[in-house]
Structure formats: structure tokens, C-alpha cells
Design a protein around this ligand. Structure first.
Ligand SMILES: Cc1ncc(COP(=O)(O)O)c(C=O)c1O
Length: 396
């Protein structure tokens, strides 16, 4: 019989000591994060750690499609037909036939020649950016772009200059100063900023980019399915033809999982040939692709549903004296981490889940509640949220 080896004798554990020290310093700043079990069900109700159901005003399921029966059925049918997993990278044997249909649907919705579907939005950005620019090139980016854009920028090794949030004049100054010294140039923004809920001025930025032979990439993670009749930020801002790179995710309004780039055919062909996070990773499970396909069909065909999240966000903001939002996201900046956590806890006591976002997700001193609205919220849910916020002294 084989002898079972004893575990190694205890060693000085500098690794765990490092982790403990780091966690303690984050804890002291109220910046430690913890995972809780969250069981989501229909109509934005969720249970945290098995507790009483809360109404969620915090997730990105803007249309409630993650629990839509037709979307769930489509996921089941895809799994039945093609299996639970893709089995390999798309360039090996993981490219099940639903991918092609999904890419065609995304390209049609976005008004582009073609599209590439990635494993996630994060993977899309870390793949697209280094494929298009390198060491000799320039990236001009909004200072508030999502963290996965920062990761893509770093991987590209291009020179990067950040402009003040949504400040087209500052972007122009940076281009005037730096563009000539570099080969290719990428301008990168979020179509909708997830922590502030505002929209990038894509028309102005697109024209500026064109004048400097720069390529504009808009991350539409929070824009697909929510603005521009569901087609995203380029259509919402009248910037058709000015955004050659429309990137986004299938995990928010689409209610499934995956990321995409919609662009011209040559660009998509290049991405599929060169983007490392497209090539060297397993394809999405067929269920996720099947669910996305069905969800996009629902988005195309139900404009009332698409318009509802912004409508509810506006009702809420007006009642609390907050600026009128153009997206389903309403930020309420509180200030310190502790105060934001306290406000989030107070809302939970009243039956609402609204996460407190803290640094480094948002800038220091701007910890906030981020309210996100979904087509699945009932009018009565929003009315009660308004009443509770007023009672707690939030807003106004
Ligand atoms: C603006 C933005 N871009 C990209 C992502 C990443 O997308 P995914 O969740 O599909 O990785 C997110 C959120 O997760 C996001 O908010």
C-alpha cells in the first residue's frame, strides 16, 4: 500500500503574513471587501446570507433579462444541444455555431460590419487595446475609464495621457501636444460611466479623434440595452460613423455573460487573429451564448422595456432633488467610506440592497450609494425607495 506523505513541517509564512497585514490596513480604511451569498430571483428580489428578501437597486440587470423565462429556456436549449462547456478555445474546437449568430446579431444592432465575442468585457478590453496599439503609440483616455481599460492600456505599453472627465477641450490639448510624436493613436472612453451614470460626449470626441487620426473606442458596458433605443452610446449621442470601436459586455442589460467588440470586418479579423484574451482562453459555455442571443432579440423588440429603467431613474432623482439622469444609474455621493457603508446598512434595514462604492472603485472622499434601476422594478418599489430615502435624509 502506498504510504501517505506527512504535510511539510510548518514554515515561516511570509506570504500569509503579507496578506494579513494588507487586509488589516484595508480594514482600517473601511476598504476591505467581503463576499456574501446572494440568491437572486425574479423581480429584483434577492436574499443575502439566507436572510429576508431585499429589493435590489444595485445590480446591472437593467432589463431583468437574467431571470427572463425565455432567456433561461434559450440557455437550457443551448446546453442541451451543445453541452455545458465549450471544451477549448474558439480557435481550437470551442466555436459552437451559436457564436456566429450572436456576432451577426451584435453587428446588426450596433450597425457595424462584424463583431467578435470574448469571454467577458474585461477580457475584451485587455485583448483589444494591445492588439491595436503598442510601445510607439499613444492612448488618450478619460480619467474615469473602467479598470479593465487601465489593464489593457498597461499591457499595450503605449504612452498614455488621461484627460479630465468628459473634458473635450483637455483631450484636444493633449492631442495637440502629444499626437505628432507617436504612430497610431487610440482614444478610449466609457460610453456610460458606471459610477456616475453620465454619458461621454461621443460626437465631439469622435470629431476630435478624426481630426487627429485617432481611433475612438467606447466601452458600452452600461449602455447596451439601456440608451439609444438599446443600441448604446453611439446611437444615443448621434455619433454614428464617429466611433469605429464599440466594445461592451453581455453581462449587464443582456443578463448573460461575455464581452464583444463591434467594428469593421478587417478590425474584427485582426482581433480574432491577434487578441491574446480571445485566442488563449476557452470559449464561452453555449448556455451563455444562447441566452445572449435571446436577450438581444428581446431588446430589439421591446422598446418599452428598454426605456423603463431611465424613466424610473428620473422619477427617483426628481423626487430626491438630484440631477436628472440620462441612464439608469443615479449616484448619491456621501463622502467617507464609513458614512456610505452606514447609509447602505440603513437601506438594508428598510428592505433595500444598495451597495456603497468606495475607493479605489471611486476617487477618495467620494464614497457613494449607486442606485441602478431596472425594467423589473415595480412602480411601487420605486415609490417606497423614495419614501425611505427621504426618511433617512438621503438626497435633497
Ligand atoms: C465600464 C465597464 N467595462 C467593462 C466591464 C467588464 O465587463 P464584464 O463584467 O463583462 O467583465 C465593466 C463591469 O464589469 C464595466 O462597468
Amino acid at each position: 500500500m502506498q504510504q501517505i506523505k506527512k504535510p511539510h513541517p510548518a514554515m515561516p509564512d511570509s506570504l500569509s503574513d503579507f496578506a494579513l497585514g494588507k487586509l488589516a490596513s484595508l480594514e482600517a480604511k473601511n476598504q476591505r471587501r467581503t463576499l456574501v451569498d446572494t440568491a437572486r430571483s425574479m423581480a429584483m428580489a434577492l436574499s443575502v446570507d439566507g436572510g429576508a428578501p431585499l429589493i435590489s437597486f444595485t445590480d446591472n440587470d437593467y432589463l431583468g433579462l437574467s431571470t427572463h423565462p425565455d432567456v433561461i429556456d434559450a440557455a437550457k436549449a443551448a446546453a442541451d444541444q451543445f453541452g455545458a462547456g465549450a471544451g477549448a478555445s474558439r480557435l481550437v474546437t470551442g466555436n459552437h455555431p451559436l457564436y456566429r449568430k450572436l456576432e451577426q446579431k451584435i453587428a446588426a444592432l450596433k450597425g457595424t460590419e462584424d463583431a467578435a465575442v470574448f469571454g467577458s468585457g474585461y477580457l475584451a478590453n485587455v485583448g483589444i487595446i494591445p492588439t491595436l496599439v503598442g510601445k510607439e503609440d499613444l492612448i488618450i483616455a478619460d480619467e474615469l475609464v473602467h479598470t479593465c481599460i487601465h489593464a489593457g492600456v498597461q499591457l499595450s505599453r503605449a504612452t498614455v495621457k488621461f484627460f479630465r472627465h468628459n473634458d473635450v477641450g483637455h483631450a484636444a490639448e493633449l492631442l495637440a501636444e502629444h499626437r505628432a510624436a507617436h504612430g497610431r493613436c487610440l482614444m478610449v472612453v466609457d460610453g456610460v460611466y458606471s459610477m456616475d451614470g453620465d454619458i461621454a460626449p461621443l460626437k465631439e470626441l469622435g470629431l476630435l479623434a478624426q481630426n487627429h487620426d485617432a481611433w475612438l473606442l467606447a466601452d458600452d458596458a452600461h449602455a447596451l440595452g439601456t440608451i439609444g433605443g438599446g443600441r448604446g452610446s453611439m446611437h444615443a449621442t448621434g455619433a454614428e460613423g464617429l466611433v469605429p470601436l464599440q466594445m461592451g459586455t453581455l453581462s449587464k442589460a443582456v443578463g448573460s455573460y461575455g464581452g464583444y467588440l463591434a467594428a469593421s470586418k478587417p478590425v474584427i479579423d485582426l482581433i480574432k487573429t491577434r487578441a491574446r484574451s480571445f485566442i488563449y482562453t476557452t470559449g464561452l459555455p453555449p448556455a451563455a451564448v444562447g441566452a445572449s442571443l435571446k436577450a438581444l432579440e428581446l431588446i430589439e423588440n421591446d422598446q418599452e422595456k428598454v426605456a423603463r429603467p431611465v424613466k424610473l431613474a428620473r422619477t427617483f432623482a426628481a423626487a430626491l432633488g438630484l440631477p436628472a439622469p440620462d441612464t439608469p444609474i443615479v449616484p448619491l455621493v456621501i463622502g467617507t467610506e464609513a458614512d456610505a457603508l452606514g447609509a447602505s446598512d440603513a437601506l438594508a434595514t428598510e428592505g433595500f440592497k444598495v451597495i456603497a462604492f468606495r475607493p479605489p472603485t471611486v476617487p477618495e472622499g467620494t464614497s457613494r450609494l449607486r442606485f441602478s434601476f431596472s425594467a423589473s422594478h415595480r412602480d411601487a418599489d420605486v415609490d417606497r425607495l423614495i419614501a425611505v430615502c427621504k426618511k433617512l435624509g438621503l438626497g435633497d
